[in-house]
Ligand binder design. Structure first.
Ligand SMILES: O=C(O)c1cc(=O)[nH]c(=O)n1[C@@H]1O[C@H](COP(=O)(O)O)[C@@H](O)[C@H]1O
Length: 308
C-alpha cells in the first residue's frame, strides 16, 4: 500500500488468519446443530450472527467526508475494520463500490478481504453474479476461495438464468469450501413481481429454495441463500432449506422490525447471518461510535438468536 491515510495501516493487522481456508463442506458440528459449513456455524455461534456491510459508495464517502476515490475508500474500510475487528463473524463486501475505481479498487478489495481474514472473519463478496457454463467457472476464479483473485468465502449469485446455470459455480464452491449465496427472495420492492410469481403450486422463491435444498442434499452443502422476505414468507423459505446458511437482510431498515428478523433467524440456529450496513455506517466515521453501534446490534440480536 502507498501513502497511508489514517487507519489505512490497519486493513491487515497481523492477527492469525483463518478466513475460509479451513472450511470443510458438509457435516454437522458435535452439539447436533446442522452445520452447512462448520466454520460458519462456529463463528456465527461464538461471535454473533451479525454481519457488517462494507460499502464505500459515493453516498457514504460523502457522508464521512472522505474523498470519492480509492484513497477515500481505503480510509473508510480501515475505519470499519478497526471499529468492528473480531466482533462480527461475517463482513458483506459490496463489490461494485470497489471495482468502480478500476484496478486500484480491485486491489483494495483484495486487501480488505485479507484484512477480514486476519480478524478471523468471513468475507461475503456481494456481486450478485448471473451467467452459465464456463463463464460461471471464471466467476469462481475471480471470487471463490483462497486460490481465487479476490479470496472470498462466499459470493452472492442471481438464479435468473435457471438454477442449473449456477451448477459450475456451486461445484467450485463445494470444492473450495466456500458458499454461493443464491438470491431466493430479495427485499427490494420490485422483487415481488418476479420472485413472488406462481409457477405450478409454488412461488419462484419457494421453487428456488427447494432447488437450494436439493442441490445441497445431492452434492454436499455449498448453496446458501439470501432471504429478504417479510416474516411469514421468510419462515416458510428458511424451513425449506434445513442445511443452508441463510442471509436475512433488513436490520436497521425503515419498516423492518428487528424482532421479525430475529424470529426467522431463531429457526436457523447456527446458520443465520444478519447483515447490517446503514444501521452501523450512519454512526461513522467515529471509530468509537461505530464500535458502540456494532455492540448494540450484537446485543439486540444476540439475546434472541439461539446458539445451536
Ligand atoms: O444481497 C443482499 O445483501 C441484499 C439482499 C436483499 O434482499 N436486499 C438488499 O438490499 N441487499 C443488499 O443490502 C444492501 C443494503 O443493506 P442495509 O443498509 O443493511 O439495508 C443493499 O445495498 C443490497 O446490496
Amino acid at each position: 500500500m502507498s501513502a497511508a491515510p489514517r487507519g489505512a495501516e490497519i486493513l491487515t493487522d497481523g492477527a492469525s488468519p483463518t478466513g475460509g481456508r479451513d472450511t470443510v463442506p458438509g457435516g454437522s458440528v458435535s452439539n447436533g446443530c446442522m452445520a452447512a459449513v462448520p466454520i460458519w456455524t462456529n463463528l456465527l455461534t461464538t461471535r454473533s450472527a451479525l454481519c457488517l456491510g462494507i460499502a464505500p459508495s459515493p453516498k457514504w464517502l460523502e457522508a464521512w467526508r472522505m474523498g470519492d476515490d480509492v484513497d477515500g475508500a481505503r480510509r473508510m474500510c480501515s475505519v470499519v475494520l478497526e471499529a468492528a475487528g473480531e466482533r462480527v463473524s461475517v463482513y458483506r463486501i459490496q463489490v461494485p463500490f470497489f471495482t468502480r475505481f478500476g484496478t486500484p479498487g480491485t486491489n483494495l478489495l483484495r486487501e480488505v478481504v485479507d484484512g477480514v481474514h486476519e480478524r478471523g472473519s468471513l468475507a461475503v463478496l456481494d456481486a450478485k453474479v448471473c451467467d452459465a457454463d464456463d463463464t460461471m467457472d471464471s466467476y469462481a476464479d475471480l471470487y471463490l476461495g483462497p486460490g481465487s483473485v479476490l479470496g472470498g468465502d462466499a459470493v452472492t449469485a442471481n438464479p435468473f438464468m435457471g438454477f442449473a446455470a449456477l451448477d459450475p459455480l456451486l461445484r467450485r464452491a463445494r470444492d473450495s469450501g466456500t458458499l454461493v449465496m443464491v438470491l431466493v427472495r430479495t427485499s427490494n420492492h420490485a422483487a415481488g413481481g418476479v420472485q413472488g410469481a406462481v409457477t405450478g403450486s409454488r412461488t419462484v422463491a419457494q421453487r428456488t429454495a427447494d432447488e437450494v435444498r436439493a442441490w445441497n442434499d445431492e452434492h454436499g452443502v455449498a448453496a446458501a441463500a439470501v432471504v429478504g422476505a417479510a416474516r411469514e414468507e421468510a419462515l416458510d423459505l428458511v424451513a425449506r432449506m434445513p442445511s443452508a446458511v441463510v442471509e436475512l437482510p433488513g436490520l436497521g431498515r425503515a419498516g423492518r422490525e428487528t424482532r421479525d428478523l430475529v424470529a426467522v433467524a431463531a429457526e436457523a440456529p447456527g446458520r443465520a447471518v444478519l447483515p447490517v450496513t446503514t444501521g452501523v455506517l450512519r454512526h461513522g466515521p467515529d471509530v468509537a461510535a461505530l464500535s458502540a453501534s456494532i455492540m448494540a446490534w450484537r446485543e439486540e440480536i444476540g439475546a434472541e438468536v439461539p446458539a445451536c
